[in-house]
Design a protein around this ligand. Structure first.
Ligand SMILES: [Zn+2]
Length: 166
């Protein structure tokens, strides 16, 4: 028997919009989104919108204001996982997904959850393996200004940090 590679394209979720592919980890069942083309730092990968708008956060939503959480459209963007060393950024002012660094075909797209999330509904222990891993991911409200300094943050999060200082 030929063993299945650990991470394979998700058959039920084919390549999307010509720039990304949902992959399935056959061991954990976890999905991830991988680039299928090259992006340079600063490139706009795609625009996104709100599938639905909710007042409470869930594991599927991205925060755009204190009581506004959107599900992502296109939906496959929900498979962009967290990393403390992100390569993409959800700009919730322009509604553009931005490349933070050069991304090669095959690279997993990852964003820093506290760059959009102030106080997360479902905090988790991070094992991203990044040298700058913060370990506990609970939202920007739980991080110091120093911890957040290396990251690009949404206008909403920056506004919250300004308010926190006062
Ligand atoms: Zn981490």
């Amino acid at each position: 028997m030929i063993p299945l590679p650990l991470v394979t394209p998700d058959d039920k979720r084919p390549a999307n919009a010509g720039f990304a592919q949902v992959m399935l980890n056959n061991l954990t069942g976890q999905r991830s989104l991988h680039a299928t083309r090259f992006f340079d730092a600063g490139d706009i990968i795609c625009t996104f919108g709100a599938g639905s708008v909710q007042t409470e956060a869930s594991y599927l939503t991205v925060q755009t204001d204190i009581d506004r959480h959107i599900t992502l459209q296109p939906e496959f963007l929900q498979y962009i996982n967290h990393s403390c060393g992100p390569n993409v950024f959800f700009n919730t002012t322009s509604f553009e997904l931005e490349a933070l660094k050069a991304i090669q075909p095959g690279d997993e797209l990852m964003f820093f959850y506290p760059s959009t999330e102030w106080n997360m509904a479902q905090p988790f222990e991070c094992y991203c393996g990044s040298s700058q891993c913060l370990q506990q991911i609970r939202g920007a409200a739980h991080l110091t200004d120093d911890e957040l300094r290396p990251y690009k943050l949404t206008d909403f999060i920056r506004h919250q940090l300004q308010k926190r200082k006062q």
